[in-house]
Write a new protein. Structure first.
Length: 113
């Protein structure tokens, strides 16, 4: 599988979108391997080349994983987090309640694609 966020081997690639310190863009896709995992792509200027990807089993708490990543890996105060769920995990905004760190006060938007 290849899309704007990953190469055929599943490694992340930059989409070329203009990144802002106050916004994190996240996309959840199926893993290119048939192994029951999803790949979570995070675009933010704090990451090397503006992007990072990591894998989780689709039955794990993906929303908690995203929250933890935003809180621990992004130093900026976020005003907006957009999440595109292309695999139908059913993540909803209330699962991504902003914490005390980077996401405190951030507007969260989840889109199922």
């Amino acid at each position: 599988m290849s899309n704007d966020y990953q190469r055929p081997d599943g490694t992340p690639k930059s989409t070329g979108r203009k990144l802002h310190e106050s916004i994190a863009h996240i996309r959840i896709d199926d893993s290119p391997e048939a192994n029951g995992r999803v790949v979570i792509h995070v675009e933010h200027p704090d990451h090397d080349e503006g992007t990072r990807a990591f894998y989780r089993h689709r039955d794990s708490d993906v929303a908690a994983t995203i929250c933890s990543h935003l809180e621990s890996e992004i130093d900026a105060d976020l005003s907006r987090v957009t999440i595109t769920d292309t695999v139908g995990l059913g993540i909803v905004e209330r699962e991504l309640v902003p914490g005390d760190g980077a996401t405190a006060g951030a507007e969260i938007e989840v889109v199922s694609a």
